[in-house]
Design a protein around this ligand. Structure first.
Ligand SMILES: Nc1nc2c(ncn2[C@@H]2O[C@H](COP(=O)(O)OP(=O)(O)OP(=O)(O)O)[C@@H](O)[C@H]2O)c(=O)[nH]1
Ligand SMILES: [Mg+2]
Length: 479
């Protein structure tokens, strides 16, 4: 059903505290909707439009819960006018009636043409008031769908609820406002088409717009991830040592810390940009308590669980050319023993710091007048690419599955990661040709040839995009 201005509109209605506002928040991807444990939180109807490309394509109206359902039903049963006018007649007759102040508000959107989404928590017993509310909806004769939003895993009441709902609604969907994925939201829209033939066409366009917008977000996210990878792989930090023999360990540590902080900052920025793509603006997105992303990027644990296995790395030729170690530039030849030791120390510290992966590339790139230039990075271990990629993909998978109606931490969706040594990221499932593209990208990022660089970047982008599309359409929640 469409409102006066042809934008499909749905009023989300029901008993107080059943999760109506949470459903609106998730469907409209709007975390500004007020959701609280206090019954009667929503006191006014409020429209939440979904805007794509600057155009409102659908709107969901949050409504207060019923306050006087029994009396409303009595009024409706005594109504003598034409059936299809019953809601407008109720609104007209009761606009100043304090008994029906809430009902007047919540009927107003449907009197203007909005379809009905009736939200019920079927994890609790069915009560007489629920039957009354359902009867009211049946009497409106308006297009309606019941949405079962179970607050707990209790399912002993479900069949009783379903039997009752089926008497009053022709479409019933299970939709959890706190866990619904993108695919489930699209499914819900698909089934809304069934509640009114007039909705078929407009909702078809809404679904197409949703899918196109999601594709755009995935394209954008692939760009963000690729850009982050390029910056991290290229990054190096240099320092001129005026008197190399006196290089203090504090200075060495500081260079490593600078390197590490910068990489972490680049990564964090990219995650924030991904989060924005998916309209998480107000609440700080919380990772599931056992996510591997709680581990530091450079922790041993991260490197154990993410990236490729040693076998896969060897097969991908990652060890060729001794790139796993710290490499002293040729310019280091002739350095004093003192500096050499200092570099050795820095490399040692780097090894521990990088989870014993020996991935820091520390080089002396020249002895300038008045000092020697010591450089940390760029990281030449390809595992760095895979670990960063895995972390970005895992982050993406959490963000897209973080329903906007959720106000707390997600459930523990993963198993116990403490002891696993198995690779659990996405990269360990890449095909041989995809890994080859990653290798080419890894080498080309630092290449001076912009054409080669861009070509390999595009190829990697396509891989990332394919993975993002797969994650979007899968129900699987990642670590
Ligand atoms: N565990 C769980 N809690 C839920 C679910 N849906 C909503 N809640 C919680 O239930 C409480 C009420 O949710 P709201 O969305 O505000 O409910 P409402 O129907 O809009 O409530 P009123 O506006 O007061 O009528 C909030 O604390 C929600 O976080 C659910 O599926 N599972
Ligand atoms: Mg509410």
């Amino acid at each position: 059903m469409t409102d006066h201005d042809s934008v499909p509109s749905f009023a989300v209605m029901g008993h107080p505290n059943e999760g109506k506002s949470s459903v609106v928040s998730t469907l409209a991807e709007d975390d500004s909707v007020r959701v609280t444990p206090t019954p009667g939180e929503t006191t006014e109807c409020r429209s939440f439009p979904v805007i794509i490309d600057g155009r409102e394509i659908i709107r969901f109206v949050d409504t207060p819960g019923f306050q006087a359902p029994k009396k409303t039903l009595v009024w409706m049963k005594s109504y003598k006018g034409t059936g299809d006018q019953i809601v407008s007649a109720f609104c007209e007759a009761n606009k100043n009636n304090p008994i029906f102040s809430e009902e007047h508000k919540l009927f107003t959107p449907i009197s203007r043409g909005a379809g009905i989404i009736y939200v019920v928590d079927c994890s609790r017993p069915l009560r007489r008031n629920d039957k009354t509310e359902m009867e009211i909806f049946r009497m409106t004769g308006l297009p309606r769908m019941a949405v079962i939003n179970c607050k707990t895993h209790e399912d002993q009441y479900l069949s009783v609820w379903k039997n009752e709902l089926l008497k009053h609604f022709n479409t019933i969907r299970i939709f959890n406002a706190l866990n619904a994925s993108y695919a489930q939201r699209i499914d819900l829209l698909e089934s809304l088409k069934g509640i009114d033939p007039d909705l078929q066409f407009p909702l078809e366009s809404v679904i197409t717009a949703f899918k196109k917008d999601w594709e755009r977000r995935n394209d954008e996210s692939a760009e963000i991830i690729c850009h982050m990878l390029c910056r991290c792989i290229e990054y190096r930090v240099s320092k001129i040592l005026t008197d190399s023999s006196k290089m203090q360990s504090a200075e060495k540590n500081q260079m490593e810390t600078t390197y590490k902080n910068k990489i972490e900052k680049i990564e964090k920025t990219s995650h924030t940009q991904i989060k924005k793509q998916f309209k998480h603006n107000i609440f700080n997105y919380e990772l599931p308590p056992q996510s591997i992303l709680h581990e530091d990027l450079f922790s041993t644990r991260t490197w154990q669980v993410l990236g490729l296995t040693p076998g896969q790395l060897a097969a991908a030729g990652a060890f060729a050319g001794g790139i796993m170690g710290a490499v002293l530039d040729k310019a280091a030849a002739g350095l004093t023993f003192g500096l050499f030791t200092a570099i050795g120390g820095a490399v040692g510290a780097g090894s521990a710091f990088f989870g014993a992966e020996h991935m820091a590339h520390i080089s002396v790139v020249g002895q300038k007048i008045g000092g020697t230039k010591l450089t940390v990075g760029p990281n030449k271990n390809i595992q760095f690419l895979y670990v960063l990629l895995d972390r970005a993909l895992i982050y993406y998978s959490h963000v897209i599955n973080w329903a906007h109606g959720r106000r707390d931490n997600p459930d523990n969706l993963s198993g116990d990661l403490k002891h696993t040594r198995t690779k659990m990221g996405f990269s360990s499932s890449l095909t041989t040709s995809q890994k080859k593209i990653c290798s080419v990208f890894f080498k080309s990022v630092r290449s001076k040839d912009p054409v080669r660089k861009e070509k390999s970047r595009r190829a990697l982008m396509n891989i990332i995009k394919t993975i993002l599309d797969d994650i979007s359409s899968s129900e699987h929640r990642h670590i």
